[in-house]
Design a protein around this ligand. Sequence first.
Ligand code: SF4
Ligand code: SF4
Ligand code: SF4
Length: 409
Amino acid sequence: MGCTYPTIQWYQNGGLIFTDKASQEKAKTFKDLIQQVHEPGICGQCGGCVSFCFAGDLTAIEMGPEGKPHYKDEENCLKCGICFLICPQISILDEEIKEEYNWKLPIGNYQRITTAISTKKEVLENCSDGGVVTSILLALLERNLIDGAIVSQKTGPFGRKPIIATTYEEILSAAGSRFIGTSQVEELGNYTTYSPAMRELGNIRNLDLLRIAVVGTPCQIHTIRKMQNLGVTPAHVVKYTIGLFCMENFSFNRSEKEYIEHRLGFKMEDIKKINIREDFIVTLKSNDVIYIPLKEIDKLARPACFACTDYTNDFADISMGGIGSPEGYTTTIIRTEEGKMMYNEAKRNNYIQEISKSHKNYSLVSDRLDKLTYFAIKKRERGLFTLEKLKKGELEHLKQMKHDEEIVT
Ligand code: SF4
Ligand code: SF4
Ligand code: SF4
C-alpha cells in the first residue's frame, strides 16, 4: 500500500500547509476517519482527533454527548489530515514509530523487566498492583524533574477523570482503579473504565507546563508517539510516558449494568476498587474480594478494544501492570533511557523497592516474561483476527463482537 499522507510543512507561527496540490487533494481528513474508524466501530473515543484538530477555535469537530467525535461545522475543516494521522486506529505512521523504538515481537523493545512495590504507605493504601506508577510520579515531581502529570483521578465510586496533576495530593488522588462515567456520559446512563487522557493533553497548551509525564493506555501512548513524530503541539512537552498494560477497557449502559449486577450478585455502588489482572478483581466496600474471569465480562469490553493489538504498551518509556508479579506488586518493563532514569530515580530515593533475587518472594516472579508474552500474543491475535474479519467484510460493525443475545436486553 502506497503512502497516502500529505507532505506538510510547519510555519514558525504554528500553522501548516501542504507543500503540493497533489498532497492537498490526497489528504485524508475527518471524513476518512468516519469511514475507516467510526463506521466499523473501532473508534476508541480517545478524543485525540478533537483535542488536536488543527482548526482550533474554528471548531470543525467536537465530542458528542455520548463520547464520540463528530463534525460540528464541516465548513471549518482545513483538510490538514492531522486528525487522521494521529488516530491510534490508523496505521500510516506505525512502521516509522516501530523503527524509532526498535519494536519487536512479542512485547516490544526493553532493557530490563522488574518487580517492585511502593514504599509509601499512603500510596499502598489506595493503589492497585504495588503503586509503582504513583510513586514514580511522586519522585519525579518532588525532585523537580516534571512540572505535572496527566493522570486519572477518582471522582467517586464510579468516577474517574483525567487531570493535570501538579501537586503531591493530586498525584496521590489518582492511585487505584475504579469504574467511571464521565459526567456527560454518566448522565446518559453510560459507564466506562476508560479515562480519556488525550483530552486533558489538549488543555496543556493553555498552561505554563513545559515538562510533563503522561500515564496512559497503549492507544493513548501510541497517539502521543504519532504526535511527537509529526511535531504536533503540545506533544513536545511530554517528557516521560508511563504505559499501563491493557487487555481491554469496559463500557456499559444502564441495562447492561443491571445485567452484571444480577449476574455477579453485587451492586456497582458497593464497589471499593477494581483491578484487572489475569481476572477482573473487584474489592467490595465490605472488603470481600471477587475474582471474575475476563472471559465472563468480555462482552462488556468496549468494541474498539477487540481491534487493538498492543497489550504491554510497547512504545512507552516504561510499561507497568500487575501481570507477572504477585498480587500487590508491580511488573515494570523498562524500555528507554527515560524509562530507566525514572525508575532509578524513584528507587535511589526510596520511593520504590525492587524485589531482587535475594527477596523471599522472588520465586513468585520467575515466570514474568512468559506471562507477559502469553497475554501480549493473546491480545495481538484477537486484534488481528478482528481486523481481518472487518477487512473481509465478515463483520459489519464491532458491536457484533460485543453483543450477543445474552447481553442485549
Ligand atoms: S481541520 Fe484537520 S484535524 Fe481538524 S477535522 Fe479537518 S482534517 Fe481533521
Ligand atoms: S480513536 Fe480517537 S482519534 Fe481516532 S477517531 Fe476515535 S476519538 Fe478520534
Ligand atoms: S484495549 Fe486498551 S489500549 Fe486498546 S483500545 Fe482498548 S483501552 Fe485502548
